[in-house]
Design a protein around this ligand. Structure first.
Ligand SMILES: O=C(OP(=O)(O)O)[C@H](O)COP(=O)(O)O
Length: 259
């Protein structure tokens, strides 16, 4: 029987989701469509009668902005929101800012698929010559983390995302869930995938085919050990959700339609 409910959310569409560029640790805001997606998500959760007690976000604006918009649409703006770099999107290293379809053209679709979805393949690291290096590492938000700026990642596989996320999950979020609080985690495609891999015990092979669309709440019903008692539920119009998943998957193809 389900004892706890946990909601995961990939933020609404950001400007670089639209441009098909690897965004990762670059702090893009939501697009106009992304704002609408987050508001629609809040309305849907309100219709479902959801009442949040705690919200966790990354320290990237698009996940924070999404949490605010969701809570606003639900009339639950007062709910405490806690932010951590440990929920940040996967660090895509030297791929940050690049267009996925162009990368598929130059490196092949399979290489891009492995970079995007494999468990333990790490893209080349970012270095100081990268056009977004200074924008990321000179940002004041990275002086507030629980590790020194020099110890922050320069690239990450999904496995490494899970490695930096798990202490936060275990020490900060799990006690809230087990305390009976309804928790929303407003994060990113790959930080949510890493968490799903852990909670659902998904194999390294099967995690490759898990893709999350933007702005769609994922409901996990968990037992007292925080193991799922039923399959995850992506809330909303199922045909639209499947189309949105396919669109994300197709971003890594040469003819993605949004170069
Ligand atoms: O910033 C990103 O994710 P986000 O939009 O969930 O924050 C990544 O660029 C997602 O890329 P991917 O779908 O190729 O893993």
């Amino acid at each position: 029987m389900s004892k706890y409910r946990l909601f995961l959310l990939r933020h609404g569409e950001g400007a670089w989701n639209k441009e098909n560029r690897f965004c990762s640790w670059v702090d893009q805001k939501l697009s106009e469509d992304g704002v609408l997606e987050a508001q629609e998500c809040g309305k849907l959760l309100k219709e479902h009668g959801v009442m949040f007690d705690r919200v966790f976000t990354s320290i990237l604006s698009r996940s924070v902005q999404t949490a605010w918009l969701v809570l606003g649409a639900m009339g639950q703006e007062w709910v405490p929101v806690t932010k951590s770099w440990r929920l940040n999107e996967r660090h895509y290293g030297a791929l940050i800012g690049l267009n996925r379809a162009e990368m598929a053209q130059s490196h092949g679709e399979e290489r891009v698929r492995l970079w995007r979805r494999s468990y333990d393949i790490t893209p080349p690291p970012i270095d100081e010559s990268h056009p977004y290096f200074a924008e990321i590492y000179d940002d004041r938000r990275y002086t507030t983390c629980d590790v020194a700026k020099e110890a922050l990642p320069r690239t990450e596989s999904l496995k490494e995302v899970l490695g930096r996320l798990l202490p936060y999950w275990n020490n900060v979020i799990v006690p809230e869930v087990k305390g009976g609080h309804t928790v929303l985690i407003s994060a990113h495609g790959n930080s949510c995938r890493a968490l799903l891999k852990h909670i659902e015990n998904i194999s390294e092979t099967d995690i490759v085919s898990v893709t999350l669309p933007t702005g769609v709440p994922v409901l996990l019903e968990l037992d007292e050990d925080l193991r799922p008692v039923k399959p995850r539920q992506l809330l909303g119009d199922q045909a639209k959700i499947q189309a949105a998943i396919k669109k994300v998957e197709d971003q890594g193809k040469v003819n993605s339609g949004n170069k």
